[in-house]
Design a protein around this ligand. Structure first.
Ligand SMILES: Nc1ncnc2c1ncn2[C@@H]1O[C@H](COP(=O)(O)OP(=O)(O)OP(=O)(O)O)[C@@H](O)[C@H]1O
Length: 642
C-alpha cells in the first residue's frame, strides 16, 4: 500500500484529504502543518509521496520543503488555492509531479496522484539508466590514452545533454603545487567546442598573464555547490571577477557551480554557464553528486612538476583556439539543421529521450520542425526498424479519427463495409506520431489515455481489447495549459504525455539557424534543379534575417526552393517576401496594439484575399504561407475564419 504524507495547515482540509485517500486504498502516513514537522515525519515514516500545501505554519513554506524533497528524490504534488505569478514560477522550478488547485474534486485528486506515481516511476527508471551510463562513460574516458585536456573535453561533451551549458569553466587551484588555472569549453556546434586555455582567455578578453593571476587570486572560496539563476547570477558575478568576464563575453545569465574536489589545498570546480536564465535545478546537482567520484578521479592522472612555489598557469594553452568536434550532427538527427543554442539543446533532448522508450511531447509553432524531430526520435530508438506511423489529428474529421486510430470491424457502422486496421495496430512494436494532438476531441482523449495506460485498444464494433506495444510521440502548436484551463484538453492525458517535453522555438528567435538553413536549402535545391546557385546577396540575407517567419522553417524552405528555381545568377539577388513584413517597419499607430492572434488573423485574411479564397494547390494560400493546407484549415478554424 502506498504511503502519503499530507502537509497542510488547515486541519479540516487535511482530514478531508485523509478520508479520500484512505477510501482510495492509500495509507496516510501522517499529517504535518509546518516544514519542520513535515521533515521529521518524512524521516520517521519514509512516505512514497508528499501532498503539499504552499502556505504552511511557521516561517518556511511548501516551496522551501519542496526543494528538500527534490534533493531527497521524494515525489510531491502541490496543493494550493493560489498559484499566481511568481509563486507559480517558483513552484514549477522545484519540479513537482503534479499541481492541484483548491477547491478540487475527488476525481481530480486521485487522477493527479495516479499520474504523479506514473511519472515518478518513469523518471526513476530513466534517471537510473542515465546515471549508470554516464558513470560508465566517464570511467571509460579516464582509461583512454589521451591527455588530460582531451579527457576533460570528452567529459564535457558527455555531460552536455544532462547538465546543459554554453560555457563550461573548470577552475583548478592546487596551492601545494603552485597551480592556479582554468580551462573553458565554449559550445559552438552540436558536438563542437572551442577549448579555451589561459592564453586564449587572455587574448579573447584583452588581459595579460599577471592580470589573470590577480583575478584567480581574488576568486572567493566557494566550498559548496550552488545554483545561480536570474537574480542569483547577478549576485554571483558581482563578487567573482572571472564569472563577470565570462558572463559579459558569452552573454550567460545563469550558472551552476559544482566543486568536484575541495579541501584546504585543492579546489577543482566545474562552473556551468548558460544563456538561459533559469537553466539549473537541484536535479543537476544531484546528478553531478552521483558522478563526483568518477569525475574527480580523472584529475588523479593530471601530474605536474613538483616544487613550484609561485602560482603559474600550467595547462599549456594552444597557440590558436582549437575547434574540436564533428559537423555531422545533421546526418545523425535525420537532417535537422541546428546552430542556435536553443536548437542544439533540442538535439541534446532528442539524444537523451530517443533510447528511453518514454512518451514524448513536442511543442512548437507550425513549421518549426516538430515532425522532423519525431522522425529523429524514432530513428534513434530501438524501434527504428519497426514502423513510424504518422497521424495528423487536425486533418481528420472528428467522426473518423476514432476509426483511423483504433480501426473498426466490418459492419460496425453504416459504411463500414470492410474491417479496417487502425494506426495503433499498424504501429505495433514501433512508434505512432500524433501530430496536432491539441485538435483531438475530448471523447477520444479518454480512449487515447486508455491506450497509453493499459497498452490496449479496442476496434469500433469489436468486443475484445487488443494488446499493443507502441511508443507515442505527440506534437501540438497549441498552448496545452490554456487548452486544459478552458476544458478542451484533459489534465490526466496532458500529464501522461508531458513525461518528456521538447520545446521547439520559433525560427525568428534563432537567427543562427536561419543562416544555416539557407545554406543547407540552397545546396539541396541547387542540386535538385541542377542550378549553379551557391548563396544569397548580403542584402537578401539581411532581409531574410529580419523577416518574422510566421510559417517558420517550412516557409523559409518554400521561398528558397522557389528562388533557386527562378534564379539565373550564382547568388540569389531578390526574394519577394509577403508585404506585411515591410509594414512592420512602419511605426505602430497610437492606440491599442493588436494581439498576435489578431495579426495572424489579418495576415491569413490578406493572403486569402490575394489568392481569391483558394487554400490548396499551386499559388493557393497554404502554399504562399508555407503551410500544409490541413494546418491552415485548423488555424482558420481556431481564428474563426470561414
Ligand atoms: N531544423 C531543421 N532542419 C532542416 N529542415 C527543417 C528543420 N526544421 C524544419 N525543417 C523542414 O521544414 C519543413 C517543416 O517541418 P515539419 O513538418 O517537421 O514542421 P512541423 O512543426 O511538424 O509543422 P506542422 O506543425 O505544420 O505539422 C519540413 O520540410 C522540414 O524538413
Amino acid at each position: 500500500m502506498k504511503k502519503i504524507l499530507i502537509v497542510e495547515d488547515e486541519s479540516l482540509v487535511a482530514h478531508h484529504l485523509k478520508l479520500i485517500l484512505n477510501g482510495a486504498g492509500y495509507k496516510v502516513s501522517g499529517i504535518a502543518d509546518s516544514v519542520p514537522e513535515a521533515l521529521s515525519a518524512i524521516e520517521d515514516q519514509k512516505p512514497d509521496l508528499v501532498l503539499l500545501d504552499i502556505h504552511l505554519k511557521g516561517s518556511l513554506n511548501g516551496i522551501d520543503l519542496a526543494k528538500q524533497l527534490t534533493e531527497s528524490n521524494i515525489p510531491f504534488v502541490y496543493l494550493s488555492a493560489n498559484f499566481q505569478g511568481t509563486l507559480l514560477e517558483e513552484a514549477k522550478s522545484t519540479l513537482p509531479y503534479g499541481f492541484l488547485v483548491k477547491p478540487f474534486r475527488e476525481h481530480d485528486l486521485l487522477t493527479t496522484l495516479d499520474v504523479a506515481f506514473y511519472r515518478y516511476r518513469n523518471s526513476q527508471a530513466s534517471r537510473q539508466l542515465q546515471e549508470m551510463e554516464l558513470d560508465t562513460k566517464v570511467k571509460e574516458i579516464r582509461a583512454l590514452n589521451i591527455d588530460i585536456k582531451q579527457k576533460l573535453m570528452a567529459v564535457a561533451r558527455t555531460l552536455q545533454p544532462h547538465v546543459p551549458f554554453d560555457y563550461l569553466n573548470i577552475f583548478i587551484r592546487k596551492a601545494g603545487e603552485g597551480i592556479i588555472t582554468s580551462l573553458g569549453f565554449y559550445r559552438i556546434g552540436f558536438d563542437e567546442y572551442q577549448l579555451i586555455g589561459d592564453d586564449e582567455f587572455i587574448n579573447i578578453n584583452g588581459l595579460n598573464h599577471q592580470k589573470l593571476l590577480d583575478i584567480y587570486a581574488s576568486m572567493p572560496q566557494i566550498a559548496r555547490s550552488g545554483l545561480f539563476n536570474a537574480r542569483g547570477f547577478s549576485g554571483l558575478y558581482q563578487d567573482n571577477p572571472l564569472t563577470n568576464i565570462i558572463a559579459n563575453t558569452y552573454e550567460t545569465t545563469s550558472a551552476l557551480f559544482f566543486p568536484v574536489l575541495q579541501n584546504e589545498s585543492t579546489t577543482i570546480r566545474y562552473e556551468f554557464y548558460n544563456r538561459k536564465d533559469d537553466s539549473y535545478t537541484r536535479q543537476h546537482i544531484t546528478l553531478l553528486s552521483r558522478l563526483q567520484y568518477a569525475i574527480s578521479n580523472i584529475f588523479e592522472d593530471c601530474h605536474h612538476s613538483p616544487g613550484k612555489t609561485t602560482p603559474q598557469i600550467v595547462v599549456p594553452a594552444e597557440k590558436q583556439i582549437s575547434h574540436v568536434g564533428t559537423q555531422d550532427h545533421a546526418l545523425r538527427f535525420d537532417g535537422i539543421i541546428a546552430r542556435s543554442p536553443s536548437m542544439l539543446s533540442v538535439l541534446d533532448h532528442i539524444a537523451i529521450v530517443a533510447p528511453v522508450d518514454t512518451s514524448v511531447l513536442i511543442l512548437g509553432e507550425s513549421g518549426t520542425g516538430k515532425e522532423k524531430i519525431a522522425k529523429s526520435v524514432h530513428a534513434l530508438s530501438a524501434r527504428k526498424l519497426k514502423p513510424l506511423v504518422i497521424v495528423n489529428c487536425a486533418a481528420l474529421p472528428a467522426n473518423l479519427i476514432e476509426s483511423e486510430l483504433f480501426g473498426h470491424e466490418k459492419g460496425a457502422f453504416t459504411g463500414a463495409a470492410e474491417r479496417r486496421t487502425g494506426k495503433f495496430e499498424l504501429a505495433h512494436k514501433g512508434t505512432i506520431f500524433l501530430d496536432e494532438i491539441g485538435e483531438m476531441p475530448l471523447d477520444l482523449q479518454v480512449k487515447l489515455l486508455r491506450a497509453l495506460q493499459e497498452h490496449e485498444i479496442e476496434r469500433i464494433g469489436g468486443n475484445s481489447p487488443i494488446k499493443i506495444d507502441v511508443r507515442i510521440i505527440a506534437a501540438t502548436n497549441r498552448n496545452l495549459e490554456v487548452e486544459m484551463e478552458e476544458g478542451r484538453f484533459r489534465l490526466d492525458l496532458y500529464y501522461r504525455l508531458f513525461v518528456f517535453p521538447i520545446v521547439v522555438p520559433p525560427l525568428k528567435e534563432r537567427p543562427e539557424d536561419i543562416v544555416a538553413l539557407i545554406e543547407s536549402f540552397i545546396g539541396h535545391y541547387a542540386k535538385k534543379y541542377n542550378k549553379a546557385v551557391t548563396g544569397v546577396t548580403p542584402a537578401v540575407l539581411d532581409k531574410l534575417i529580419d523577416y518574422p517567419w510566421p510559417g517558420n522553417v517550412r516557409e523559409l524552405e518554400n521561398y528558397i526552393d522557389r528562388s533557386v528555381l527562378l534564379s539565373r545568377d550564382k547568388l540569389i539577388t531578390e526574394m519577394y517576401l509577403p508585404k506585411y513584413i515591410h509594414q512592420s517597419t512602419v511605426p505602430e499607430p497610437v492606440g491599442r496594439l493588436k494581439t498576435i492572434e489578431e495579426n495572424e488573423r489579418d495576415y491569413i485574411l490578406d493572403v486569402l484575399k490575394k489568392c481569391n479564397g483558394r487554400i490548396r494547390g499551386a499559388n493557393g494560400a497554404a502554399e504562399v504561407m508555407g503551410l500544409p493546407p490541413t494546418t491552415l484549415h485548423s488555424k482558420m478554424k481556431r481564428l474563426g475564419i470561414k
